[in-house]
Design a binder for this molecule. Structure first.
Ligand code: CP
Ligand code: NVA
Length: 317
């Protein structure tokens, strides 16, 4: 266990969960510890009813399999209830202001989870909501996913110290959240992207600033072999994220030499593990023999979404 006994859970109550930038290393370790305990309790058939009588509102402006199901099941395992709210049915889809929607929903539910496009939308929602708002993915960040990724790495490696995480592909929401998450826990992070698909400068600068405190290194390169050399963890994600589908063809060309395949992973440590947030496109960003091979832990990673989501909801709600 990471044993963050110096964190007072009361300090996390009521807090929004928008990016890992808003949490200290100790708070992140607290979430991870809590997720590990909740996982154990669930396996023993003994999940604590920490959110009995509470309700989570879930707004999805983009598709989801893992996030929707893990939040809904997680809430029910904690004794609460989750409401799926589609913007097709909400008045927000007909132009009701975000601020009014946030204020109204806050009168009914105890927490609101949102998956949307612009990160600014969730920031605006959180500004007007009086209950905690959880980011279930924006164009810029996917913090719940990265918490599950960190939990999976910790389960597999038993530490973050001395590890190198390599991300190959698009400088998207996953790349941004991995930069921040790795820097926060003190893990070296290297990102290899094609030219013009690098992560945002502001987020790279923030990760470098955080890394100074934790002793991690942050490397951004266009060379996948340089990035993957000696990696302990290899991560990739789709080339065209949700909202960028019309760029699929031009992206396939730009990313053609960035596939995570046996040749590329041969430069990593022999003990490397492979992670992918899923959904995956076999034959595009990753070859089938890597994602379905012995180093891949993508289904443990997907399962851990359930446990970290429960930890986030239990702490903030
Ligand atoms: N990884 C992830 O967030 O998956 P979904 O899009 O299925 O929720
Ligand atoms: N980058 C991907 C992540 C999906 C979980 C997307 O935004 O579509």
């Amino acid at each position: 266990m990471l044993n963050q006994t110096n964190i007072d859970a009361k300090d996390l109550k009521g807090k929004d969960f928008l990016t890992l930038r808003d949490f200290t290393k100790e708070e992140i370790f607290y979430f991870l510890d809590s997720a590990i305990s909740l996982k154990k309790a669930q396996k023993e058939g003994n999940c604590p009813q920490l959110l009995k009588g509470k309700t989570l509102g879930m707004i999805f402006e983009k598709s989801s399999t893992r996030t929707r199901v893990s939040f809904e099941v997680g809430m029910s395992q904690l004794g609460g209830h989750a409401l799926f709210l589609s913007p097709r049915d909400l008045q927000i889809g007909r132009g009701e202001p975000i601020s009014d929607t946030a204020k109204v929903l806050s009168r009914y539910v105890d927490g609101i989870m949102i998956r949307t496009f612009a990160h600014q939308t969730i920031e605006e929602f959180a500004e007007y909501a009086t209950v905690p708002v959880i980011n279930a993915l924006t164009d810029d960040y996917h913090p719940c996913q990265v918490l599950a990724d960190l939990m999976t790495i910790y389960e597999q490696k038993g530490t973050f110290e001395g590890l190198k995480l390599t991300y190959i592909g698009d400088g998207n929401n996953m790349a941004h959240s991995l930069l921040i998450g790795a820097a926060k826990v003190g893990m070296d992070v290297a990102i290899a992207c094609p030219k013009n698909y690098e992560p945002k400068d502001e987020i790279v600068a923030a990760a470098k600033e955080i890394a100074k405190e934790t002793g991690a290194t942050v490397t951004i390169t266009n060379d996948p072999i340089e990035a993957v050399t000696d990696a302990d963890v290899i991560y990739t994600d789709v080339w065209a994220s949700m909202g960028f589908e019309e760029e699929q063809e031009e992206r396939e060309k730009a990313f053609s030499t960035y596939q995570v395949n046996q040749e590329l992973v041969s430069h990593a440590k022999e003990t490397y593990i492979f992670l992918h947030c899923l959904p995956a496109h076999r034959g595009e960003e990753v070859s089938a023999d890597v994602i379905d091979g012995p180093h891949s832990v993508v289904f443990d990673e997907a399962e851990n979404r359930l446990h970290v989501q429960k930890a986030i909801m239990a702490a903030t709600m």
